[in-house]
Design a protein around this ligand. Structure first.
Ligand code: SF4
Length: 236
């Protein structure tokens, strides 16, 4: 599915609104919810997530510690060029055949010390989503009442730390997206390429049938070429 929709101005505005989101307001919400992880592990399984997106720093840390076996191009490629090559804004952690995170073993995270920032903040979030009536509003907590325990007390310092990391992740994600869009525009112009929805659909059909495809992953300001097939990307 092509998610390459937002223009750069919208993204810049969204970053500003995340960064200026009032601390007291967010801390009030988090305090009212009082979420505490009870180690159920649901957020590490396909029940909650079909992939764990990696900011560049996350991917660099994981590559540095474990190599490249545990990462893959993030699913839901953003763009396909007229030559049939896909582009995506970053890496994700690989998954096991049952869809669980590749690091989730024996009910725990095998590489907890290098878990990505999204895992450190979840279920806290600060990004815009539409409500039932289509109004765009901030969503602050993910999977409410579906995991963990509630109405627990924490210190103000802990709430501030949560907020700092939430803002870091959410604005970091959008910055990576912004840089990706700008890099794509430049790369396509320099190489006389075009964004092709027709080619996107055609190559995606072939990919679903098991054909190997090329995916250019945006990482550290440049594109890294990966070749994947459905069996490798999502075994089983
Ligand atoms: S990296 Fe660790 S904490 Fe994050 S989803 Fe995977 S197993 Fe869970």
């Amino acid at each position: 599915m092509n998610q390459f929709k937002k223009n750069t101005t919208n993204i810049e505005e969204e970053i500003k609104s995340i960064e200026s989101f009032p601390d007291e307001h967010y801390i009030k919400i988090v305090r009212e919810v009082g979420f505490e992880c009870d180690l159920c592990g649901k957020c590490c399984t396909s029940e909650f997530n079909d992939h764990v997106f990696l900011l560049d720093d996350d991917a660099a840390g994981i590559i540095g510690k474990t190599g490249r076996d545990f990462i893959r191009p993030a699913p839901y490629f953003d763009v396909c060029d007229n030559l049939g090559r896909f582009y995506v804004m970053g890496y994700a952690l690989n998954t096991k055949p049952n869809g669980d995170c590749i690091f989730y073993t024996g009910g725990r995270c095998e590489h907890y010390e290098i878990r990505p920032l999204i895992c450190r903040i979840f279920p806290y979030m600060l990004h815009r989503e539409s409500d039932e009536e289509g109004n765009i509003e901030f969503r602050q907590i993910g999977g409410l009442d579906m995991h963990g325990s509630y109405h627990n007390e924490s210190s103000v310092e802990e709430y501030k730390e949560i907020l700092k990391n939430v803002k870091k992740y959410e604005s970091g994600f959008l910055r990576q997206k912004l840089e990706f869009i700008r890099a794509i525009e430049k790369y396509f112009k320099e190489n006389n390429l075009k964004n092709s929805q027709q080619m996107f659909d055609r190559m995606m059909r072939l990919y679903q049938k098991g054909k190997k495809i090329e995916v250019y992953v945006f990482f550290r300001g440049r594109f890294e070429k990966e070749e994947i097939s459905k069996q490798i990307n999502n075994p089983g």
